[in-house]
Design a protein around this ligand. Structure first.
Ligand code: KG4
Ligand code: ZN
Length: 364
């Protein structure tokens, strides 16, 4: 449906004023404002790391309450940073899924009320679309491109054909890549959040000391799997006498071996996708895209194939509201604004994609 279905005065105003976006799908509360040219006027983020650290992972109820506690202040700070009043905005957007339902309800209802109160257009954005379009904001990547979306809740290969036009060609059959990093960090006693801790430990490790499997390597499809790899790490930890018996060396070597296995698996899957879709630019986004080892393995693959490689900037890899504002901006420019969706924990980008056997992740 095009934005012709929206009241014309609201959509006209959306085109001529900045967009304010709210992101609250997991444990980051974020508010950003983009100008009509797509320039960042404000970028405010509160990470709930401290609120969840004691639990060793994100607690949905705690997250929802924290979003509610921080949103009013973040919106005020964003408007102040942009030097704007609510009445100066052109429209409001919010993530409506996929993610933790409490946070999605809090953020999207807050944003919706803000829009209603100021008489502005409100649009809901798919969090995965935010990740998918980030490299267009950061690198100006043209359609089509192959996106590896790797985060705490998702691991997918998507052909991004246009704004709102996505073809999923691979997904995880069990854990997401970030989830595997987080679980391995826990197994090694490296703390939370796991991804950066594993990457840091791996820097001083010897990846050849332990032989771990690289799941799905050489499989003819483009799917991922990480749960067997995580189990292999657990077995090694047990053989070494358990988590408390691990030396710093053991932890570093296991982290390095795990990270190398992930790199091998991921590059194999991406190579398969490129074989299937033909040469096109390769982009990587989502929290795990912040991993430098994975980034350089993908860059090498792209160089070998002679295709462009775009890694979303570190700050835009993990959850943020700039990517949501950018997706809203693209939809406004492309006349592809949709009527608001009710918040939902699951919201596939590609409705026609075959269902994954995986039924666990709700995060993005
Ligand atoms: O996209 P994101 O911020 O949140 C959602 O999943 O919604 O991704 C977070 C995930 C976590 O699993 C975290 O451990 C992982 O990204 N991550 C990393 C790194 N930084 C964050 N994984 C590997 N290496 C990193 N440097
Ligand atoms: Zn995300």
């Amino acid at each position: 449906m095009s934005d012709a279905s929206l009241p014309p005065d609201l959509s006209a105003r959306a085109r001529t004023g900045p967009v304010l976006a709210v992101e609250s799908s997991c444990d980051e509360t974020a508010v950003a404002i983009l100008s009509t040219d797509g320039e960042v006027l404000a970028d405010q983020l509160h990470s709930q790391l401290k609120e969840h650290a004691a639990f060793g992972g994100v607690v949905p109820e705690v997250a929802a309450r924290a979003h509610l506690a921080h949103l009013p202040d973040l919106v005020d700070r964003a408007l102040k940073e942009a030097g704007l009043n609510v009445r100066d905005l052109g429209s409001v957007a919010a993530t409506a899924g996929p993610g933790l339902i409490g946070g999605l309800l809090t953020g999207s209802q807050y944003a919706r009320a803000l829009a209603l109160g100021a008489g502005l257009m409100f649009q809901t954005i798919n969090h995965l679309e935010g990740h998918a379009l980030t490299v267009r904001f950061s690198h100006g990547t043209a359609f089509p491109y192959l996106l590896l979306l790797v985060s705490g809740g998702h691991c997918q290969l998507i052909v991004v054909r246009g704004t709102g036009d996505y073809q999923r060609i691979g997904t995880t059959i069990d854990d997401a890549a970030g989830e595997a990093f987080d679980k391995v960090a826990k197994l090694l006693g490296l703390g939370y959040p796991g991804g950066p801790a594993v990457e840091q430990a791996a820097l001083s490790g010897d990846p050849s000391r332990f032989s771990l499997p690289s799941p799905m390597r050489y499989k003819p499809n483009c799917d991922f799997s990480f749960s067997g790899l995580k189990t292999a790490v657990r077995r090694q930890v047990e053989l070494l006498g358990g988590k408390d018996a691990l030396s710093a060396h053991d932890k570093a070597d296991l982290a390095a071996a795990f990270q190398q296995a992930v790199c091998l698996s991921v590059t194999d899957r991406v190579a398969k996708a490129l074989d299937r879709c033909g040469p096109m630019p390769l982009a990587v986004a989502g929290g795990v895209a912040a991993n430098q080892a994975i980034g350089s393995a993908l860059r090498q693959l792209a160089d070998k194939r002679g295709i462009d490689f775009c890694q979303a900037p570190m700050k835009l890899c993990t959850d943020n509201a700039v990517m949501i504002a950018w997706a809203a901006h693209e939809r406004i420019r492309a006349d592809k604004v949709l009527p608001p969706e009710a918040p939902r924990p699951r919201w596939p980008l590609d409705h026609d994609a075959p269902k994954s056997v995986y039924a666990g992740a709700v995060k993005a």
